[in-house]
Design a protein around this ligand. Structure first.
Ligand code: SF4
Ligand code: SF4
Ligand code: FES
Length: 500
């Protein structure tokens, strides 16, 4: 039955109902009909300048832009008629007239709308090249610390200009000249140095704006892509992790309407660094004031000795706001198994910049989750940790993650047992270090600053000779087993569920 307040349209002979004032493009894509677009983005204003989305509408004297034209009751639309197909070819021929076609050296190759549409809709030689030389414009123009511009590849869709104005709220980009000499420039008196600049390289439909950190690092068809959650701050944006051979090359946004929509900040795009750098690759113990790599057995033995010879009230447990609920639950499980009665601390990265778009000043993805894992028990902060160690009330710290006080903050030594993926204050000063998986090598749950729970799976598994470290709960299970401590065994799947 037809619902009130809807209109009927026919697309390619099939009838659909939709709300009035919806554009043809939206009705088509909601019903699985694809129409090519360059200058359209669902979160930006409509410019209708690329003409790639033109469709045939009964009674209209000319083809109409699907991204801009609203449906009317009884409208008949064709998206694949001969007229439309012929237009797409002509439009691509025109766009490609002065395009350098340097796909072999373009970072966007394999992931470029112009390349894809040419393959899908055109696949013809230009009729015009013999009549005209290619026009040359600026290439490799550095627009800011993260973004480089190639004016010859630019199709002047203005998505980049609109993103700066409408999402970031500043008129940072502009264009100069007219016709085929037109190109994008940084607006007068501005610099393209803002926390969302890499989203420009994400929305640019061709290889005109490229990410300076990713440039020439990897052809996109060699990358494996897995869904993840950004570890950069407490917003918890949904990501796609692009990786190869155990290295993360970039994070891209994955739509989560309630959290980040289609965007990420630059810290998020570059958060691969938290996986790629400063990694702890082997267990180690402190010998004569220096950490020496040792076997897992030796590290387990040393950790067992330290824990067994320390009164339980003098052992502090340090949860990590950067680790998952499951990893933190594993540590709380160890606390229970070892009958530790000392305090619980939560450590993490220091606060940073925030804004009203995405970035949160809490630069940890899971402080709220770590608090929940403590199940109502009091959790203390860094200043308390320093005070208690210096006052001789804590002798041992069993820690997750590497963030924590600097050595110079203590005037008395505590033995640190650290389970961490990266080097940092706690692992650098530890008596025993166990390597732990990075955020991309574990699966689990983060709870963002609004209390939204997001689960993610392992992105990076074994690769050739590279084996990711044992999961935190696996290391702790071995510790219990080898040191004769009776504890419930957990896996990543049941840890968070059983902790709630
Ligand atoms: S640089 Fe990219 S996003 Fe900006 S106008 Fe050119 S093609 Fe469009
Ligand atoms: S806002 Fe926070 S969670 Fe989102 S991409 Fe940036 S650092 Fe990552
Ligand atoms: S997508 Fe409609 S005119 Fe560009």
């Amino acid at each position: 039955m037809r619902q009130m307040n809807t209109v009927k349209v026919t697309i390619n002979g099939i009838q659909f109902e939709a709300e009035p004032n919806t554009t043809i493009l939206k009705v088509a894509s909601a019903n699985g009909i694809s129409i090519p677009t360059f200058c359209y983005h669902p979160n930006l204003s409509i410019a209708a300048n690329c003409r790639m989305c033109l469709v045939e509408v009964e009674g209209a004297p000319k083809l109409l832009p699907a991204c801009q034209t609203e449906i009317r009751d009884g409208m008949k639309i064709w998206t694949e008629s001969e007229k439309v197909k012929s237009w797409r070819k002509q439009n691509l021929e025109f766009i490609l007239l002065h395009h350098p076609i340097d796909c072999p050296i373009c970072d966007a190759a394999g992931d470029c709308k112009l390349q894809n549409f040419y393959n899908e809709y055109d696949w013809e030689k230009s009729r015009l090249w013999s009549f005209t030389d290619k026009l040359h414009k600026s290439k490799r123009k550095i627009l800011g610390p993260n973004v480089i511009y190639d004016a010859e590849r630019c199709i002047l869709c203005t998505l980049c200009i609109r993103f700066c104005k409408e999402i970031y709220g500043q008129h940072l980009l502009d264009s100069r000249n007219r016709g085929n000499r037109r190109e994008i420039i940084v607006a007068e008196g501005e610099t393209l140095d803002f926390p969302y600049s890499l989203m420009l390289t994400e929305i640019c439909p061709v290889g005109a704006l490229t990410n300076r950190h990713f440039r020439f690092k990897k052809r996109c068809w060699f990358l494996s892509s897995s869904p993840g959650i950004c570890p950069g701050c407490a917003t918890g944006c949904a990501t796609i992790v692009d990786h190869d051979e155990g290295i993360i090359f970039r994070l891209r946004p994955r739509q989560d309407i309630e959290v980040n929509g289609p965007w990420l900040c630059d810290d998020g795009v570059l958060a691969g660094e938290l996986h790629n750098t400063e990694r702890i690759s082997s267990p180690a113990i402190l010998v004569n004031g220096e950490q020496k790599p040792v076997s897992m057995e030796m590290a387990i033995q040393k950790a067992g000795e330290i824990l067994k010879q320390t009164p339980s009230e003098k052992i502090g447990v340090v949860l990590s706001a950067g680790c998952t609920c499951e990893e933190n639950s594993a540590l709380m499980n160890a606390r229970e198994a070892l009958n530790i009665t000392g305090p619980i601390f939560i450590e993490g990265r220091p606060e940073g910049e925030e804004d009203n778009i995405l970035r949160n000043k809490d630069k940890n993805p899971n402080k709220r989750g770590a608090k929940l894992v403590a199940q109502g028990k009091e959790t203390l902060e860094r200043k308390d940790l320093i005070e208690l160690v210096n006052a001789g009330k804590i002798d041992v710290l069993l820690c997750l993650g590497s963030d924590g006080p600097d050595k110079d903050d203590f005037h008395r030594n505590a033995s640190i047992i650290s389970l961490s993926s990266r080097r940092g204050n706690l692992s650098n000063n530890a008596s025993v270090v166990f390597p732990a998986p990075s955020y991309a090598e574990t699966k689990g749950t983060y709870i963002n600053f609004k209390g939204m729970e997001r689960k993610f799976d392992i992105s990076i598994k074994s690769w050739g000779s590279y084996k990711p470290p044992l999961q935190v709960w696996e290391t702790l299970n071995i510790l219990f087993e080898k040191t004769g401590i009776t504890a419930k065994k957990f896996s990543g799947d049941n840890l968070w569920v059983s902790a709630r």
